[in-house]
Design a protein around this ligand. Structure first.
Ligand code: AMP
Ligand code: TRP
Length: 335
């Protein structure tokens, strides 16, 4: 049995990109033989300032949504990162293993910090070390993510390898990303060359998993496209990122192949295609949003689920972290 670990930031509302790129795979993996551990990464969230009240709300909101997507807390471990101190403890050790040059190459940092590199928090810069600790604290070997996280997983492997090498141990295993190729990168509805993101200033750029049927339909109707008719083959979409993105979403939520969908709409404009896409999306997404609302109505129950998950997570992560601390040369601690 292998161990699977993944995380999502409790900032904003999960998008269709989070769902198709990651969350849907989290749910599917639950049915396999591996142990699944899923984490609401609130320590990562505060790398950019979060209003405390809204961080609390968003963490509940994300817990509700993950459950609504189908994560079963009896079969998977679901918890919030700050509840298990192993993450921060191992994260600190990794801050002392990773090299400045490695972190400076991270494209996500460059994207997020932009011209503002002197002003962003040091946490934003060191964030991939904490992500490496999230995974290695469980000796997890499989990590379901979208393809924007690939570089961070390579870094986690570099960190594990350097730790093993520096201390002459075989302690941290290699990590393998699990990526659903077709939906590894769902793009913005306003710009087919940009990733759909919960932090995009334009709400029109994304489908939120809590959007109601009318909002979903309206966003699809307004989604950017081009003026050409739909072609009868996929190759003809190579230079049409918006059309390719909508077709990818359509196939992912309907279960039909992209070719079969194109065959139905070839030669026509985007109107009928968008109507059918909106209908498929509403059928798939709206029930999840409705279920999330129900979970969100009982925060005491969410607290209970997350705290139970945290106890199970700690039982795995604390001994591994304690062993890493022993390898480094720290004296034994009580906790
Ligand atoms: P985040 O919202 O950055 O916490 O991402 C949570 C998970 O969703 C990660 O596995 C990401 O790789 C994945 N993800 C985020 N945005 C997208 C997207 N537009 N397409 C596919 N996967 C995504
Ligand atoms: N960095 C990931 C993101 O922004 C979230 C994350 C944190 C994560 N720790 C993780 C994903 C560990 C996989 C494994 O999307």
């Amino acid at each position: 049995m292998a161990r699977i670990f993944s995380g999502i930031q409790p900032t904003g509302i999960a998008t269709l990109g989070n769902y198709l790129g990651a969350l849907r795979n989290w749910v599917a993996l639950q049915d396999g033989a591996d142990e699944c551990i899923y984490c609401l990464v609130d320590l990562h969230a505060i790398t950019t300032f979060q209003e405390p009240a809204s961080l609390r709300e968003q963490t509940y909101g994300m817990a509700a949504l993950v459950l609504a997507c189908g994560i079963d807390p009896e079969r998977s471990i679901l918890f919030h990162q700050s509840a298990v101190s192993a993450h921060a403890r191992l994260g600190w050790i990794f801050n002392c293993v990773a090299r400045m040059g490695w972190l400076k190459r991270m494209t996500q940092f460059k994207d997020k910090a932009g011209k503002n590199q002197e002003e962003v928090s040091t946490g934003l810069f060191m964030y991939p070390n904490l992500m490496a600790a999230d995974i290695h604290a469980y000796h997890a070997t499989k990590v379901p993510v979208g393809d924007d996280q690939l570089q961070h997983i390579e870094l986690a492997n570099d960190i594990g390898e350097k730790f093993n090498h520096d201390f002459g141990v075989e302690f941290f295993p290699r990590i393998e990303p699990l990526i659903v190729k077709e939906t590894a990168r769902v793009m913005s509805l306003r710009d087919g060359t940009k990733k759909m993101s919960k932090s995009d200033p334009s709400d029109q750029s994304r489908i939120n998993m809590t959007d109601d049927a009318d909002t979903i339909s309206q966003k699809i109707r307004k989604a950017k496209t081009d003026t050409e008719a739909l072609p009868d083959n996929l190759a003809a979409l190579a230079q049409r990122p918006e059309a390719r993105n909508l077709l990818g979403i359509f196939a992912a939520v309907s279960g039909e192949s992209q070719e079969a969908i194109l065959a139905r709409f070839a030669g026509g404009g985007f109107g009928p295609f968008k109507n059918a896409l909106a209908e498929a999306l509403v059928a798939h997404v709206a029930p999840i949003g409705a279920r999330a609302k129900e979970y969100l109505a009982d925060k005491a129950e969410l607290d209970r689920i997350l705290q139970k998950g945290a106890a199970k997570a700690a039982a795995i992560a604390q001994p591994i972290t304690a062993e890493a601390e022993r390898i480094v040369g720290f004296l034994p601690s009580a906790g």
